[in-house]
Design a binder for this molecule. Structure first.
Ligand code: ZN
Length: 159
């Protein structure tokens, strides 16, 4: 496993639509392992492949319950609303207020390419929405209400 460089806002790779994963090759598995390590090293709760420069539909999330690897994820249904501060490893040192669904149900493939389903509320729902946006070239800053503000390193726990 190895750390990968996290791309920051302004890098065109963050604005592109990612491609579906057709099979898990050894390179894909290396990418997933590196993404998890890079996410933990950066104290993020999620990381999407384009954030390390790879245009594949892969995200990793850990909201404190262990890593979730989502391949070709799709949001199937949402419910409710939550409004709160959100940050991104690709927009370091900043946060901003974003409204997201409070409940999300998503389908994805795991590392064995088996179809899985996940339900998340609160932080997990927010993280799923945030990370899936990356796969379509969107950053949370497009959705911020009231502008970005600076955060200290200690507060910068939310991807
Ligand atoms: Zn992000």
């Amino acid at each position: 496993m190895a750390l990968r460089e996290i791309r920051v806002q302004g890098d065109p790779v963050l604005e592109k639509v990612c491609k579906e994963v057709k099979e898990i090759t050894p390179r894909t598995q290396d990418l997933i392992d590196d993404m998890i390590e890079t996410m933990y090293e950066a104290n993020g709760v999620g990381l999407a492949a384009p954030q390390v420069g790879i245009l594949k539909r892969i995200v990793v999330i850990d909201v404190g319950e262990g890593p979730i690897v989502m391949i070709n994820p799709r949001i199937i249904s949402t419910d409710g609303e939550q409004t709160g501060d959100e940050g991104c490893l690709s927009v370091p040192g900043k946060a901003g207020c974003v409204t997201r669904p409070n409940y999300v149900m998503a389908r994805f493939f795991n590392e064995d390419m088996q179809e899985c389903e996940i339900e998340g509320t609160e932080l997990l729902a927010r993280a799923i929405c945030h990370e899936l946006d990356h796969l379509d070239g969107h950053l949370y800053v497009e959705k911020v209400e009231g502008g970005l503000h600076d955060v200290t390193y200690e507060e910068e726990v939310e991807e």
